[in-house]
Design a binder for this molecule. Structure first.
Ligand SMILES: *[C@@H]1O[C@H](CO)[C@@H](O)[C@H](O)[C@H]1NC(C)=O
Ligand SMILES: *[C@@H]1O[C@H](CO)[C@@H](O)[C@H](O)[C@H]1NC(C)=O
Ligand SMILES: *[C@@H]1O[C@H](CO)[C@@H](O)[C@H](O)[C@H]1NC(C)=O
Ligand SMILES: *[C@@H]1O[C@H](CO)[C@@H](O)[C@H](O)[C@H]1NC(C)=O
Ligand SMILES: *[C@@H]1O[C@H](CO)[C@@H](O)[C@H](O)[C@H]1NC(C)=O
Ligand SMILES: *[C@@H]1O[C@H](CO)[C@@H](O)[C@H](O)[C@H]1NC(C)=O
Ligand SMILES: *[C@@H]1O[C@H](CO)[C@@H](O)[C@H](O)[C@H]1NC(C)=O
Length: 381
């Protein structure tokens, strides 16, 4: 979303850190926000959500997102799945590690086969953000991204994310300003869910979670490296990408010939982008994720025009979930397909597809403000 901002420098003014009496982080560095029915914890590293507790159908609190108990592990984790962090300044892929603005071509780091993923190895999800404001129900993290520190992306960008909670609700709002020149900006909160908190004893996969996206009737067709080809296809009812005609279990198409390799070479399930209908009501729920086992339901509203769903194919089965999850007496390994990442943002690699008409949503110059806003509301089915 793009707005003209008269005073872009305002974002650089950092409000005073924690006022006397305002919340402090725990011994692990986690800040806790609380409201009725919800408790959320965050660390400055990657502006990451580490824990999200909501109530299941029995009224018991479950931690429904992935992460680590040990917050010092996030920066050294070699697998770095971007657990519930903010990748930036340009999320997802940049085709062939290049893009052009006003006839000049820029080269980005190829860290995902021939493409750039999450802006390369100096991405925002691997930096310590500043805490600029915190209360018992909200926290703001800010980052200054100097020119070319996200390699190949020129000009300084100042950004912030504010997380807040209210009854059964987690609200996320982001702003970014390009200070010197035109640059790509596209952000998301890269949230990994497991609505059973790995407590279902016989099945830790995500296949029995249901997704319903009534406004998601088109997909960005992608190649073997999960890069959009440029084609935008309608999703026929009942086909593998159909989560619009009715709520479908994520595994509903698992018997189909095209389920294997559906999300790229060697990747089964989903790692693709759906485009929402242009005439949709942006205040209405656009995605519902639910699990019959825990009875938890999560409803997304967003001002973004697309969403990426990734069903954790690349999880190698060697990473453990948190002590706040699972059942006593069982191991804590997360299997392949053990989670779903849900990432609302604009069309993947739109900077390389002027024919889509997304450049105004993805390239920002001085005086223009990027804004992103979403909310998750939790309940039971
Ligand atoms: C937490 O992770 C850090 C970084 O890997 C490690 O040095 C430390 O020993 C870990 N702490 C515990 C209690 O496992
Ligand atoms: C993000 O940066 C970190 C640290 O440089 C790197 O380990 C990681 O691979 C990068 N992420 C991606 C998706 O490339
Ligand atoms: C914030 O929470 C702490 C701990 O629960 C409490 O002591 C404090 O009074 C709360 N502050 C406000 C402003 O509600
Ligand atoms: C945090 O604030 C300090 C002091 O203003 C600044 O030097 C630093 O670059 C900021 N960190 C980030 C990640 O923006
Ligand atoms: C951007 O950074 C890369 C890597 O540090 C460097 O090779 C390149 O020359 C820089 N580009 C510009 C225009 O400064
Ligand atoms: C769970 O998902 C699998 C794979 O899609 C399916 O075969 C099975 O019937 C589902 N089980 C339940 C209880 O819904
Ligand atoms: C849009 O959705 C919201 C939330 O469901 C609803 O309150 C509002 O009436 C809807 N607006 C229109 C024009 O349908």
């Amino acid at each position: 979303m793009r707005y003209l901002a008269a005073l872009f420098a305002v974002s650089a003014v950092q409000s005073a850190l924690a006022h006397p009496g305002s919340p402090h982080p725990d011994a692990e560095g986690r800040y806790t926000l609380e409201a009725e029915g919800i408790r959320a914890q965050f660390i400055p590293y990657g502006a990451t959500l580490t824990n999200l507790f909501v109530k299941d159908a029995k009224g018991q609190e479950l931690d429904i997102v992935l992460g680590y108990d040990n917050t010092s592990y996030y920066p050294v984790d070699p697998g770095h799945p971007v657990y519930n962090a903010i990748p930036g300044r340009y999320v997802n892929r940049i085709g062939n590690g290049q893009y052009s603005i006003d006839g000049k071509t820029y080269h980005t780091q190829k860290n995902d086969g021939p493409n750039t993923l999450h802006s390369g190895t100096n991405n925002w999800s691997f930096r310590f953000w500043n805490v600029t404001h915190v209360t018992n129900s909200s926290i703001t993290f800010a980052i200054t991204d100097p020119s070319n520190s996200s390699m190949g992306m020129m000009g300084r960008v100042d950004a912030s994310v504010t997380y807040s909670v209210s009854k059964n609700k987690w609200h996320i709002s982001m702003d970014a300003f390009s200070l010197d020149n035109k640059t790509p900006i596209m952000l998301t909160q890269h949230t990994y869910f497991q609505l059973d908190a790995f407590m279902r004893p016989d099945d830790r996969t995500i296949w029995n979670h249901t997704v319903y996206m009534p406004e998601a009737q088109r997909v960005l067709v992608a190649d073997g490296n999960a890069l959009p080809t440029g084609k935008i296809a309608k999703v026929p009812a009942g086909s593998i990408d159909d989560f619009w005609s009715a709520p479908h279990e994520l595994g509903f198409a698992s018997g189909n010939d095209n389920f294997e390799n559906h999300c790229g070479n060697g990747c089964h399930g989903y790692n693709g982008a759906w485009a929402f209908n242009e005439d949709r009501n942006k205040s209405a729920t656009v995605l519902t994720l639910a699990s019959e086992y825990s009875g938890i339901e999560a409803k997304l509203t967003t001002d973004q025009d697309a969403v990426v769903l990734y069903t954790c194919n690349w999880n190698d089965g060697k990473t453990e979930f948190k002590d706040t999850q699972g059942v006593p007496g069982q191991d804590q390994f997360i299997p392949r397909d053990g989670c779903i990442a849900i990432e609302a943002h604009d069309y993947v690699d739109g900077i390389n597809h002027p024919e889509w008409g997304r450049l105004d949503e993805q390239i920002f110059g001085p005086g223009e403000k990027y804004h992103w806003e979403s909310a998750w509301e939790f309940g039971t089915i």
